[in-house]
Design a protein around this ligand. Sequence first.
Ligand code: UDP
Length: 328
Amino acid sequence: MVSLVTGGCGFIGSHMVDKLLAENHEVRVIDNWTTGRPQNLNHHKNNGHLTVYHMDIRNKEEIEEIFNDVDYVFHFAALADIVPSIQQPWDYYSSNVLGTYNVVECARKSNIKKFVYAASSSCYGIPDEYPTKEIAPIRPQYPYALTKRLGEETVLHWGQVYGLPVITLRLFNVYGTRSRTSGTYGAVFGVFLAQKIAGKPFTVVGDGEQTRDFTYVTDIANAFYTAAVSNITQETFNVGSHGTYSINKLCKLLGGEIVHIPKRPGEPDCTYADTSKIEQMLGWKAKVSFEEGVQKVLDNIEYWHDAPVWTPDTIGIATKDWFKYLGK
Ligand code: UDP
């Protein structure tokens, strides 16, 4: 089997590559190395079953030939994070929407077995119900969420109109080893781990009682694999851990001092996936407990050594536009 992983040098993508190589697939990666890091695949350096193409999904002519004879496409390449998506919406639109168009078009022309898209649970905004089902209203709150949603719609539309065998997976708060360390203020794990290494307090938003459905990255890779090899198509599934955990609990597990920073507008007090659909239709369920996952991350904490160390002051500056545009 030949699999193509866009964004395969990134956090989730590199774990997907691990999974596919373990399943004896020939793996091709397309990554432009803006947020993905080639070092994330260093452990496969001498593996002849992996080829990494340093290319950009925004350039359709360039990536087209990589799709020849591909069986499965896993589409992770995208820009993440809220604040830069507010400041540079075109970057997000071009990568996450037009980039997805390019990838799905190339896949259509090469007669693939399955296309699996990494969709975001941020499409639910602040939901009315927890756990949240796939049929909940779609309410993107910022350009990142919107562009991931438009990418998802594009993929499903290609399934509907052209019969491309597609599945979209809505991911809930993915964490784990190799989670991003890049410059922008983003996902809580990278922020807290860098603070822990530097001996600085964890910057807890609000009272820290808000909860997130933290889902371990190898469980995510297993969900993508299960979706790819299943005979189900044209479906959307939540992928979550089957639980929801407070930031205070995370701080306790990581161990360290705390400092509080202001609650941010537009963010939910809880994320919690209803995973009954994926359990029933695909037979997938998360296996890694929160305690276990956090321990795995702590065992690899050196990875975050060069990550920026955020303080309440620098976070205040970095999130200015968040409060300006989402706080209305
Ligand atoms: N969070 C925090 N301190 C930080 C960054 C995030 O307490 O410096 C909290 C945030 O309030 C949220 C959770 O961690 O409840 C997850 O935030 P993240 O940005 O990782 O994901 P999202 O809010 O998009 O679910």
